[in-house]
Design a protein around this ligand. Structure first.
Ligand code: NHR
Ligand code: GAR
Length: 212
């Protein structure tokens, strides 16, 4: 019997984090990606999924009159795959409160900054402009507040003197590919849960994000 945790992954673009989730040893063992959904038809991540024989769907936000209509359709589509975890992997649409409530404690996001620093977009550019000496990525439970849900784990990288946005983004992304599969594996193994607004790992509330 297949006891691995069914996961639906939402993407908008390249899907390199999706690839990392598919290539991790825990895939097909602790968890399995049962569907990949993109809001953009040209997302390269759709091809990565097809390559592995994983069902794909495109739900274009531009076809809907408002965010509530889009999110309701997205919820119906996701729930048709009966996942126990929803993973945002470079998904670029802000989600409505009703959507985040529906998956509370069962939806993760990876964000390219050391949250709570640099919520929102263009994080690498903003970290450089702020003169930071370190940067990174965070995995958090998704809550209504954008990039404001409880942080589970972070990967840190140095910012080097001659960095530009592209070099810094690449350094962070490499670490994202270790970070995200690790956290999804914890969740799949039943080690990780959200209790109210606190993250518990192995039954103990985290005082601060785990460093990966
Ligand atoms: N939704 C909620 N309610 N809470 C979060 O924490 C969310 C979320 C939806 C997406 C990912 C996030 C990120 O990691 C995420 C976290 C998109 C935007 C955005 O401004 C911001 C943050 C994130 C994703 N999107 C624009 C919008 O109008 C569109 C931008 C575009 O299409 O390029 O939705 O950074
Ligand atoms: C990743 O760096 C991810 O953290 C970031 O986009 C990239 C997606 O790469 N996510 C966001 O900015 C969400 N707003 P991928 O498509 O290759 O996984």
């Amino acid at each position: 019997m297949d006891t691995s945790l069914p996961v639906v992954v939402l993407i908008s673009g390249d899907g390199s984090n999706l690839q990392a989730l598919l290539d991790a040893p825990a895939h097909g063992h602790d968890y399995r990606v049962v569907a990949v959904i993109s809001n953009r038809a040209d997302a390269h991540g759709l091809e990565r999924a097809m390559q592995r024989g994983i069902p794909t769907q495109v739900l274009n936000h531009a076809d809907f009159a408002c965010r509530d209509d889009y999110d309701n359709a997205l919820m119906t589509l996701i729930d048709g795959f009966s996942p126990r975890l929803v993973v945002l992997a470079g998904f670029m649409r802000i989600l409505t409160p009703g959507f985040t409530r529906h998956y509370a404690g069962h939806m993760l996001n990876i964000h390219p900054s050391l949250l709570p620093r640099f919520q929102g977009l263009q994080t690498h550019r903003r970290a450089l402009e702020a003169g930071e000496t370190e940067h990174g990525a965070s995995v958090h439970f998704v809550a209504e507040e954008l990039d404001g849900g409880p942080v589970i784990a972070q990967a840190r990288v140095p910012i080097l003197a001659d960095d530009d946005e592209e070099r810094l983004a690449a350094r962070v992304l490499t670490r994202e590919h270790q970070l995200y599969p690790t956290v999804v594996e914890w969740f799949a193994q039943g080690r990780l849960r959200l209790n109210g607004d606190r993250v518990e790992l192995d039954g103990k509330a985290l005082a601060k994000p785990v460093a990966i």
